[in-house]
Design a protein around this ligand. Structure first.
Ligand code: NI
Length: 153
């Protein structure tokens, strides 16, 4: 169990393009564990490796349907549009409406190194898009169409 400090807005690592993972080794498995531990400790729906200061293309997501771990995730298909309020563990106290695809298909590697494809909609689709954006140095505040007063949310 290792809960990491979550990097906050202003840290350069959040703006870097994270590096693809060439092979799944012990360090990557540990990274997946640490990401999940840190995400659950912070009660988040997703977490990307750059958010714990590691610029690698690794994410974890749990939108209430169980833990999903993805290495080198990419969006290979998307449909529809949906606007909803988002926040980010790296930007505490800020919430805003973001337009995302309503459904996505994501391809990546699981912890065994096997190619997996995930079809998602609703919160899971949103979380996957948000976390994959982190791997390209993109934050939800870059895409927010309206910020929500914290007293409202
Ligand atoms: Ni985030």
């Amino acid at each position: 169990m290792a809960v990491y400090r979550i990097v906050e807005l202003g840290d350069q690592v959040l703006r870097e393009k994270a590096r693809p993972v060439p092979e799944i080794n012990k360090n990557i498995l540990k990274l997946l564990d640490n990401l999940a531990d840190t995400m659950y400790a912070a009660k988040g729906v997703g977490l990307a490796a750059p958010q714990i200061g590691i610029s690698k293309r690794v994410i974890v997501v749990d939108a209430g349907e169980g833990l999903l771990e993805l290495v080198n995730p990419e969006i290979i298909g998307s449909r529809g549009e949906d606007i909803a309020v988002e926040g980010c563990l790296s930007i505490p106290g800020v919430a805003g409406e973001v337009k995302r695809a309503e459904q996505v298909e994501v391809k990546g590697l699981d912890r065994a190194g096997k190619v997996v494809k995930v079809r998602a909609n609703g919160l899971l689709a949103r979380a996957l898009q948000h976390e994959i954006d982190h791997l390209d140095g993109i934050l939800f505040i870059d895409k927010a169409i309206r910020f929500i007063d914290s007293k409202e949310s």
